[in-house]
Design a protein around this ligand. Sequence first.
Ligand code: SDX
Length: 427
Amino acid sequence: MADTLTVKDNRTGKQYEIPISDGTIPASALREIKVDDEDFGLMSYDPAYKNTASCRSAITFIDGEKGILRYRGYPIEQLAEQSSFLEVSYLLLKGELPNQSELDTWVDKITHHTYVHQYMIQAMEGFKWDAHAMGKLVSLLGTLSTFYEDSKNVRNAAVRDEHIIKIIAKMPTIAAWCFRHMQGRPYIYPDNGLSYAGNFMNMLFRMAEPQYKPDPAIEKALDVLFILHADHEQNCSTSAARAVGSAETDPYCSLAAAAAALYGPLHGGANEAVLRMLEEIGNLGNIPGFIEGVKNRERRLMGFGHRVYKNYDPRARIIKKLAHEVFAVTGKNPLLEIALELEKIALNDEFFVERKLYPNVDFYSGLIYQSIGFPVEFFPVLFAIPRAAGWLAQWQEMLMDPEQKIARPMQIYTGAGERAYVPMDKR
Ligand code: SDX
């Protein structure tokens, strides 16, 4: 049997042989299907690209039915258990786990690029004190690009490598300074003697102590959360990074676009929306009424459901376990019991079961962030920091893919036919 599709156009009786490869057909083959020579040919119509592969990628593999997630073939459970975020960022970007010398060089380069230009403080001071942290992060990524005009040279591998390092290194610094700006506290500069997560905590929480000492359990939990959030194939924000990057936009502005997509409550903003939902529910007695509202489509159960996972998000399972380790240090988050009861109901209620709605990465992460001391509007920023590594890996893969060009989808035109301009006195 040949790997082809035989398509008969009943308008003309013509048959077409369309090749099948990698479980797809080339959309361009549809353009051959015409009723006459004037015909433009067929296109596929796929709003939100629910059944469209936009690229070939070797970075992340997800099996939504089985709840499988692998970075470059390595199961997320093993990476969360045995790796570190910086090692995972190397893996995502280079395709292989580093040996010790490669890892040491990678960590050293990132550690020594954590500073940002002092003018970034002026940019930060332009925001009102209660500006949402994600609005600041999106703007500051674009602002960073203005310090690195050479980063526009995206076809040069050495230039790409340099700015990939810079971005991974500087994300925690600008994120922490967004946090300090919200609190009206002075900015803390990087401490190169600390780990990636430890230094992030230093820039977030250090006060008058001569040197910040991160709590090891919290430092480890943040690093694991960074690993879990690092990449996730062609999600909304990664697709934004690829689309904007396909115009040869510099990596800083490509990631500003990605961060803007992540900000949405249906995407990375869901961890913030989950906490607001749990706080609104307030106690176990209000859960049945809330669930009714969800079934009546008045509300969404934030932190549940996923475009790809039709099983338990493997990251949610790891985060749920991690939560208990963090709470052993910070004290149990009082909203945990509402979250656990919501999960118990949803996993047994027909409405959620038939729609295959399971907890996703955002359902439990916010409980941890809140217990560590982050305000809810900072939660999406904690998603963006590690996802920068995934965005950069996907952005780079797009640039190196000979099949890729500037992203420019087609449309089905539903507007008016040609009509003459109407002078004002005739309207
Ligand atoms: C992330 O893509 C990624 O990989 C994203 C991400 C990553 O790592 O990058 O995994 C991170 O964004 C996780 C998702 C976080 N978002 C939320 O938790 C918000 C709540 N979830 C939903 O809004 C929704 O599940 C989405 C957006 C995640 C997925 O939406 P889909 O695939 O477009 O599904 P849909 O909206 O078409 O819903 C299918 C059905 C509908 O039922 P009907 O109205 O047709 O009867 O399921 C229902 C929806 O109403 N549904 C929900 C629901 N999610 C879907 N009903 C109640 N609560 C929900 N959360």
